[in-house]
Design a protein around this ligand. Structure first.
Ligand code: NAP
Ligand code: HSE
Length: 430
């Protein structure tokens, strides 16, 4: 195993705790061999505390010692691109199967790794890379395979969902909620990956590739994070009956050949199931043409849930069922053409726009005209009385279905009017 942090310790713990159960289920004895880490002293102390009888010999910080140790499978739970990528390739070239939780690596270089695995009769299993403990990769590549998928809508980052929940339901500050998410082991080593939306974008690239049969690169998903979210918008959303969630969406609209991809804080009407996903829970809503809507929910981050997904992969590898699936099915993005995502301006949906406008007669007419003249129909309009001493007031509109580009153009036109101050905020209403 490469890495012995939050996830690695969980994997080691499960292999120890359920050793007999796994043998009974698979007919194989799965044993943890060498573990590669940066800090051997820290890892030994943690393993000894967890009751690992081989805590002294198990760890190495020398990649050559690690590569030379006997193993059928390499579990990669270190994270990041380099140097991990090199060790994963080395394992695949040696014909070892790889189980990884590393969405950053998969989104950036997954197709190369999958192809290398095929070349050497090995496989790459990656359930833990998306949705923590939710078996969403298995759902897309096995249970739902009979469907043509038209849409994926996910809450795919436990850290962000935890922060949003703690802020909106418990009144905590952003900084406090983020600190707690780090302490609970949800956040990435670099938490900007979580709050910027990049982590959810990497997961969406992996899942959309599987669902739509294209090769989506992580850099093809436009990502907005919760780090740019303003509390004023959360409050206006609440007034309109919406909760804010970081939504990763991949959609193929009727009449469109290409897939629309986006990660952004979105308003979710409170009567929608995704609005009920709180804390570190994740969810993936899949629309399939035969099955209809399917909702998968579960813990999206943390030690136990992620180890559950890693060890599940591992057991499927040792029985040979995953390697057979990997080699026989044409599901991974190395076998598919590059995605040609819909341009961000052409993404379709309903939208929320907030502006700051002078409280004067005729202003509202100008605002509604900017939308109407572009064929955008409004569904709600909200304006409060100005606070004492202030002449500008926030004005919120929500639209019916329109493209992001048309809505942004209307908002930009309004922003250029002398009765409006500041930049408009545009967010999707799911
Ligand atoms: P973590 O707690 O930071 O642990 C990372 C481990 O990898 C540490 O043992 C670290 O060793 C080792 N490591 C990192 N870089 C290394 C290098 N260059 N050489 C040798 N060892 C190295 O991370 P984590 O939360 O367990 O996450 C691990 C992976 O799982 C990441 O890809 C992450 O995205 C993914 N994941 C995490 C979760 C979650 O909830 N945490 C959920 C799903 C997927 P030292 O301690 O010695 O530095
Ligand atoms: N940092 C990730 C999250 C871990 O918060 O969702 C699970 O992939």
């Amino acid at each position: 195993m490469i890495g012995y942090g939050t996830v690695g310790r969980g994997v080691a713990g499960l292999l120890h705790k359920h050793a007999d159960l796994y043998t009974a289920r698979t007919g194989h004895r799965v044993e943890l061999g060498r573990v590669l880490v940066r800090n051997v002293v820290k890892a030994r102390a943690a393993a000894a505390e967890a009751g690992d009888a081989q805590a002294r010999e198990r760890f190495t910080d020398d990649p050559a010692v690690f590569a030379a140790a006997p193993a059928d499978v390499v579990v990669e739970v270190a994270g990041g691109l380099d140097p991990v990528d090199g060790w994963v390739r080395e394992a695949l070239r040696a014909g070892r199967h790889v189980v990884t939780a590393n969405k950053a690596l998969l989104a950036a270089r997954g197709p190369e790794l999958f192809a290398l695995a095929r070349e050497h009769g090995a496989s790459v299993a990656f359930e833990a890379s998306c949705g923590g403990g939710i078996p969403c990769v298995t759902a897309l590549t096995a249970g739902l395979m009979a469907n043509r998928v038209t849409g994926l809508y996910g809450i795919l980052n436990g850290t962000c969902n935890y922060i949003l929940t703690e802020m909106t339901q418990r009144g905590k500050s952003y900084a406090q909620a983020l600190l707690e998410a780090k302490e609970k082991g949800y956040a990435e080593a670099d938490e900007t990956l979580d709050v910027s939306g990049a982590d959810a974008g990497q997961k969406l690239a992996v899942l959309a590739s599987l669902a739509f049969g294209v090769n989506v690169g992580g850099d093809q998903v436009p990502c907005r994070g919760i780090d740019t979210l303003e509390l004023m918008d959360v409050a206006f959303g609440a007034e309109l009956g919406f909760d804010v969630k970081l939504i990763a969406a991949a959609e193929r609209w009727p009449g469109h050949e290409h897939v629309g991809l986006s990660v952004a804080p979105c308003f979710v009407p409170r009567d929608q199931p995704l609005a009920q996903i709180h804390g570190s829970l994740n969810a993936l809503a899949v629309d399939g043409d035969a099955v209809g809507p399917v909702l998968l929910v579960g813990a999206g981050a943390g030690q136990g849930p992620t180890a559950s997904a890693v060890v599940g992969d591992l057991l499927n590898v040792v029985t040979g069922s995953y390697p057979a699936h990997f080699s026989r099915m044409r599901l991974t993005p190395d076998l598919h053409p590059p995605a040609q995502p819909v341009a961000e301006a052409d993404l379709e949906g309903r939208w929320y726009v907030r502006l700051s406008a002078q409280d004067q007669p005729g202003v509202m007419a100008k605002i509604t005209d900017a939308f109407g003249s572009r064929g955008i129909s409004l569904s709600a309009l909200l304006q409060h009385a100005p606070r004492a001493g202030e002449s500008a007031v926030p004005v919120v509109v929500t639209t019916h279905r329109a493209t992001r580009g048309d809505v942004q153009a209307a908002a930009d036109t309004i922003a250029a009017m002398n009765v409006v101050t500041g930049s408009p905020v545009v967010m999707r209403v799911l």
